[in-house]
Design a protein around this ligand. Sequence first.
Ligand SMILES: Nc1ncnc2c1ncn2[C@@H]1O[C@H](COP(=O)(O)OP(=O)(O)OP(=O)(O)O)[C@@H](O)[C@H]1O
Ligand SMILES: [Mg+2]
Length: 358
Amino acid sequence: MIPIRRNASASARFESAVPQQPTPDSVPDAAPEPVSVPDTSATPTGSQGAVVAEAAYVSRETPTREEDDPPLAMEAMRAVQILNPSGEVTMPRPERTRVMCVANQKGGVGKTTTTVNLAVALALHGNRVLVVDLDPQGNASTGLNVPHHTGVPDVYDCLINSVPLEEVAQGVEGIPNLWCVPATIDLAGAEIELVSVVARESRLSRAIDAYPGHFDYVFIDCPPSLGLLTVNALVAAQEVLIPIQCEYYALEGLNQLINNINLVRQHLNPKLDVSTILLTMYDRRTRLADAVEQDVRNHFGDKVLQAVIPRNVRVSEAPSYGQSVMTYDPGSRGATSYFEAAQEIAERGVKEPVGRNA
Ligand SMILES: Nc1ncnc2c1ncn2[C@@H]1O[C@H](COP(=O)(O)OP(=O)(O)OP(=O)(O)O)[C@@H](O)[C@H]1O
Ligand SMILES: [Mg+2]
């Protein structure tokens, strides 16, 4: 299988990218105003969205930028400058790869949004990050603007045909040190096909373990179910990150997820640990959001990140432009909250490493 390369700047080879912390000092003056949103009467998606995003970029005043710099790379540098103007915030690289499974069988709670934005935030601050899109919906691939149409080598090939990750991973355009293993619609059949495959629960684990030390973080974006795909993610990971939406019913079904995690820990992966809970789509105007936050903090204690992700329209707009909110509108509350969450995760990983494969 031939590795897909979308463009020269987006390297698909794991080895070729050197981790670099972009320094805000090195960023030319850029206009810090929020990105103006083009007319979205016909909502753009995928590459069409990227074209529109470029149009939005061109419309901004960026007089000091070098002509031939790729616009998305400039967006990334601008994001770092806005999110971390003094350059004081660092996101220390962990000693070993942290494989984090982003799971919650409840749909629409922010799993994909969290995966994409944390991955981008960490990569922008010098970490080598791989996103594995393990959801047949392919939303993480869309959010990172990685091609995932039929025929593109994807995570299905890793799981069913034992194709090495390196051959299906794509470099994410404009974000150094970030790769994505996309999901195509083929993955929809994997739940059933896996049933008859040898070592069906540990296919992803084997694929990831073939690259020891290549990444600082591997984020696995799970589908909203507890089937074999999610089990593969739980077997491959050391940590589970559970996004919880600050809404009624938020905690319903969590017991089932925790039970499954306990079963996987007992039988398949003793290293597994629920290390991180992230509250998402918090709406300060409602008392309900506050009540949910209190409930979750009482229940999960310091596993819950201090950073809380607000409901923010920029977060929901970003994927239709093939971007994370970190680059789409780095000054928005959505971006700054995900930035804080990424910082906390990075610091926790250094101070109190959890469930490492030591
Ligand atoms: N903080 C936020 N503010 C506003 N909208 C958000 C926020 N986070 C996520 N969304 C929107 O909510 C929807 C669901 O988010 P997302 O796709 O990340 O959830 P998910 O848990 O991955 O869903 P699924 O279970 O279908 O995979 C998306 O339309 C997303 O853009
Ligand atoms: Mg999702």
